[in-house]
Design a protein. Structure first.
Length: 167
């Protein structure tokens, strides 16, 4: 378990998606140290460089595990957490997993995503969105512009990142 505002430091083995969901709405200042990870405060900018917000990166060695972010409205409240490593898992749901292996964990209706991105949602946790790696899909494919149902997504597509966000 991740302990917020507590002197206990969990190990890598105890961090899971449910623990991270519990951090939503907490302050960035209260984020725990996690044994085995180093923590780095960052400032994040939008693509145009017009808006900034704060975040904290968690690393193991030089490998980025996840980023915790606020938003531009309240720069000290945890709004989003993005996982980039398979170290944090929810059963069979993890970075690099084939979508075909976890379709039973995902809602059938695919939410609208910006062109060039493909996101699906977790059945179990409404806070979890799963970004699929469509970087090798030709731009002429309908997948690059969206789809409506999970059945239209090939089983061979991998999970690129997992986004945990306030609803």
């Amino acid at each position: 378990m991740i302990y917020v505002n507590d002197s206990k430091i969990p190990s890598l083995d105890t961090v899971n998606m449910k623990n991270l969901i519990d951090l939503l709405g907490k302050t960035l200042d209260s984020l725990p140290d996690i044994a085995g990870y180093k923590k780095e405060k960052i400032i994040i900018e939008d693509e145009e460089g017009q808006v900034e917000w704060d975040g904290v990166k968690y690393f193991e060695g030089n490998d980025l595990i996840f980023i915790v972010e606020s938003n531009w409205v309240n720069r000290n409240i945890v709004y989003r957490i993005t996982l980039y490593s398979d170290q944090i898992q929810e059963g069979e749901l993890y970075i690099g997993q084939l979508i075909g292996n976890v379709k039973n964990l995902i809602k059938d209706k695919v939410p609208t995503s910006p062109d060039g991105e493909l996101l699906v949602k977790s059945n179990k946790y409404p806070e979890i969105a799963i970004q699929l790696d469509i970087s090798n899909i030709p731009l002429s494919s309908p997948l690059c512009y969206g789809t409506n149902t999970l059945s239209e997504i090939p089983d061979s597509i991998r999970i690129e990142s997992i986004i945990i966000m306030k609803q």
